[in-house]
Ligand binder design. Structure first.
Ligand code: AMP
Length: 195
């Protein structure tokens, strides 16, 4: 059996948050979403929240140093010792370097990267729907366009790094929630990652 040290990657609106929680739940590991950490800090009005609110609302990236420190703290908690699923981090090459350094210090590495593949028009449609339903401050047209551009420019290249390591599974992100969960589960099982 292979340890589940996972990353789920996909454009905004690909459903990676929803699928990440499902997969992590099934494997009994924590789902660690940097977006959720930032949003709950903004909602609670913490110092971190105050620091990052304007950045997030504009659709820009929070500085790497701050983001990587938050993830390291979270991964050091006991529940992440057997494994974890990262959602939304690393998001650029600098963060890949930070994560690699942290994990290799523990003699670990990521064991699988799920790439959720969703056509651009589909993710934009899902984001507009989410904006209407959840009223997220960063789900406005300008911020959405910026986030998708950042994804293509900064996040897509991290997949090349992981592809070279042979750990990326491309999963079709169009279908019912259950279908997509099954596809991811099957891809992980093929790598020996099971509950
Ligand atoms: P998400 O929910 O993953 O789309 O994240 C929402 C927002 O949080 C992003 O648009 C960024 O402003 C910020 N954020 C989340 N993860 C990161 C990260 N790894 N690096 C920098 N900023 C992030």
């Amino acid at each position: 059996m292979t340890a589940a040290r996972l990353l789920i990657v996909g454009p905004q609106g690909s459903g990676k948050g929803t699928q990440g929680v499902r997969i992590a739940g099934a494997l009994g590991i924590p789902a660690v979403s940097t977006g959720d950490v930032f949003r709950s800090n903004v909602a609670e009005g913490t110092e971190l929240g105050t620091q990052v609110k304007a950045i997030i609302d504009a659709g820009d990236l929070v500085p790497d140093e701050l983001t990587s420190a938050i993830v390291r703290d979270r991964l050091e908690q006991a529940d992440a010792a057997p494994g974890f699923l990262l959602d939304g981090y690393p998001r650029n090459l600098g963060q890949v370097g930070d994560l690699d350094a942290f994990l290799s210090g523990r003699g670990e590495e990521l064991t699988a990267v799920i790439e959720l593949v969703v056509p651009r028009e589909e993710s934009i449609a899902r984001l507009s729907k989410r904006a209407a339903e959840q009223g997220r401050a960063d789900d406005n047209e300008e911020s959405i366009a910026k986030r998708l551009a950042i994804y293509e420019r900064e996040t897509a290249p991290i997949l090349d790094v992981f592809r070279e390591r042979g750990i990326v599974d491309e999963v079709d992100g169009v279908g019912s929630l259950d279908e997509i969960t099954e596809r991811i589960t099957a891809a992980l099982a093929a790598r020996g990652i099971t509950a």
